[in-house]
Design a protein around this ligand. Structure first.
Ligand code: AMP
Length: 224
C-alpha cells in the first residue's frame, strides 16, 4: 500500500500522514522531515539543502530521488509507505514509478489535498512543531498545546519553521503552483487520483482517507 499525498504546504498532509501511519501501521516518509534531519546532522547533503529549504526552493531532483530510493529499499517499507512531500515534480513522479517497480511495488492511490491559498497562509503562520523526533504539529489558534510552547505528547519544545514565515510561504506556494500542481493530471491519467477537501476538520479528513484505503492492509483494504 504505497500512497502519495499531494497538495500545497499547510494542507495538512503531515498531520494526516502521521494519523494514517498509526492507523495502518505503515511508515510515514516525509521528505521535508528527512531533509531537516540531514540539516540538523550537518551531513554533506544537509549542508547543500539548508539554504534551499530556508529559501522555500526545491532541492535538486536527483538528490531527493536518491534519498527516497534508499528509503524505499529498506524492509519496513516493503508493505507500503505514506509519501508526504514526494513527488513534487514531474521528474520525481516518474522516478517514483521506476523506484517502486524496482522493488516490485506500485502506487495504490494519490490523494490531492485541496485548500485555498489564504487558508494556507493562515494555517502556516500559526503552525508550531515539536522539536523532538515525533514532530507533532500544533496551531496557535485552532489546535493550541495545553501548555504554551510545549508539546502535549512529550513535553518537547515547540518552534516555528524558518520557512513558515509569510514571505517564504508565498514563495513555496508559487513553487507548488509551478512544479507540483501539474502532478494531479499525471496521477489522474493513471487512474490513481483521489481529491480530498482539506478544509474539512482533521478527523473528517482522516475518516475519508481511511474509507478510501480500507482499515488496514491485512484486512484486505485497497482503494475503492
Ligand atoms: P515540507 O516539509 O514538505 O514542506 O518541505 C520543506 C522543504 O524541503 C521544501 O520547501 C523543499 O525545500 C524541501 N523538500 C521537501 N521535499 C522535497 C522534494 N520532494 N523535492 C524537493 N525539495 C523538497
Amino acid at each position: 500500500m504505497h500512497v502519495v499525498l499531494l497538495g500545497p504546504p499547510g494542507a495538512g498532509k503531515g498531520t494526516q500522514a502521521r494519523r494514517l501511519a498509526a492507523r495502518l501501521s505503515l511508515p510515514h516518509l516525509s521528505t521535508g522531515d528527512m531533509l531537516r534531519q540531514q540539516v540538523r546532522d550537518r551531513t554533506v547533503f544537509g549542508r547543500r539543502a539548508a539554504a534551499l529549504i530556508e529559501a522555500g526552493r526545491l532541492v535538486p531532483d536527483a538528490l531527493i530521488t536518491s534519498v527516497v530510493r534508499g528509503r524505499l529499499r529498506e524492509p519496513d517499507t516493503a508493505d507500503g509507505a505514506l509519501l508526504d512531500g514526494f513527488p513534487r515534480t514531474a521528474f520525481q513522479a516518474k522516478a517514483l514509478d521506476l523506484i517502486l517497480s524496482e522493488v516490485g511495488a506500485s502506487l495504490c492511490a494519490a490523494f490531492e489535498f485541496t485548500v485555498d491559498e489564504d487558508e494556507v497562509v493562515r494555517r502556516i503562520s500559526g503552525r508550531h512543531i515539536c522539536r523532538r523526533d515525533n514532530g507533532h504539529i500544533f496551531h496557535l489558534r485552532t489546535a493550541p498545546p495545553r501548555v504554551a510552547g510545549l508539546c502535549d505528547h512529550c513535553g518537547g519544545e515547540l518552534h516555528q519553521r524558518a520557512d513558515d514565515v509569510p514571505a517564504k510561504v508565498r514563495h513555496r506556494l508559487a513553487v507548488f503552483r509551478a512544479e507540483s500542481a501539474p502532478l494531479s493530471a499525471y496521477y489522474a491519467s493513471a487512474g490513481l487520483l483521489r481529491t480530498i477537501d482539506a478544509t474539512r476538520p482533521a478527523d473528517e479528513v482522516t475518516d475519508r482517507l481511511i474509507a478510501v484505503l480500507g482499515p488496514a492492509p491485512a484486512a484486505g483494504g485497497g482503494p475503492r
